[in-house]
Design a protein around this ligand. Structure first.
Ligand SMILES: [Zn+2]
Length: 258
């Protein structure tokens, strides 16, 4: 198994050059663990596109069909619509395989964590890293928190590193002020890696999730504010990489949408 490349850690005090010089881990295979169809695109799409570009194989484990969304209701079952949307987005992002489970959307935190972690272990295959949403679920969404917690438990058992996508503090505070959302932002010293984002591929993938993206001004504003980079944190670092200083398991308890 190739050793994950050491990231160019971006902590407070680093200059702009080193912050922009972060590189994604050079690994053969990544497993994304997420709660809803669209998390892989709305949240992780820019990172997944960049991983695909560097030749890393990505697979996605998604726990729910996202049927509880208040967006995109049509005559057809929303769970079916969103399963199809996920398949389309995964193809755009170069994802090799999607495992879509049937847990109830909005109730993932009621499932025993051990059971969810078991699903992650079963799906992990030859993945060298798990890629997840930040602790705190980005928006405090309990499903997001449960998915990340399950990935962490499975990763501890399998001795796998866990890399999390995070929202910079400035982006979060602007969104929260403008839209009344509850994004949990991260300070520079809580971020390990700032990497180039493949927004073009991400936007194409988002388009596949038409039921969730057409009437979603917060999403488009977040992408605009995030610019050309994404921020990542090691929740479980690979050997030789220090953990970030501040890991909070706090959950604001807001049932918002990322
Ligand atoms: Zn979600």
């Amino acid at each position: 198994m190739p050793e994950p490349a050491l990231p160019g850690a971006a902590h407070a005090g680093d200059d702009t050059v080193s912050r922009s010089a972060g590189h994604l881990p050079q690994v053969g295979e990544v497993l994304v663990v997420c709660a809803h169809p669209d998390d892989e695109s709305f949240g992780l799409g820019a990172v997944l596109g960049a991983l695909s570009d560097q030749g890393t194989t990505a697979r996605v484990l998604c726990f729910t069909h996202g049927e509880a969304s208040t967006l995109g209701e049509t005559g057809r079952s929303l769970g079916e619509v969103r399963a199809d949307e996920l398949a389309g987005a995964a193809a755009v992002l170069g994802v090799e395989e999607v495992t879509l489970l049937g847990y109830a959307d909005g109730h993932l935190d009621e499932v025993p964590l051990d059971e969810l972690a078991q699903k992650v272990e079963e799906a992990s295959g030859s993945a060298e890293i798990l890629l997840v949403f930040d602790e705190g679920g980005i928006t405090g969404h309990p499903d997001h928190c449960a998915a990340t917690a399950a990935a962490l438990l499975a990763a501890r058992r399998r001795r796998l590193p866990v890399l999390a996508w995070a929202v910079p503090e400035q982006v979060a505070s602007t969104l929260n002020a403008e839209h009344g959302t509850s994004f949990l932002g991260r300070r520079d010293d809580e971020v390990d890696l700032v990497v180039a984002a493949d927004r073009h591929r991400q936007r194409q993938a988002i388009t596949c999730h038409a039921s969730q993206s057409v009437d979603n001004p917060v999403l488009w504003r977040r992408l605009e504010l995030s610019g050309a980079t994404e921020s990542l944190r090691w929740l479980l670092p690979p050997p030789g990489v220090e953990e970030t200083t501040a890991h909070t398991a706090d959950s604001p308890g807001f049932d918002g949408r990322a």
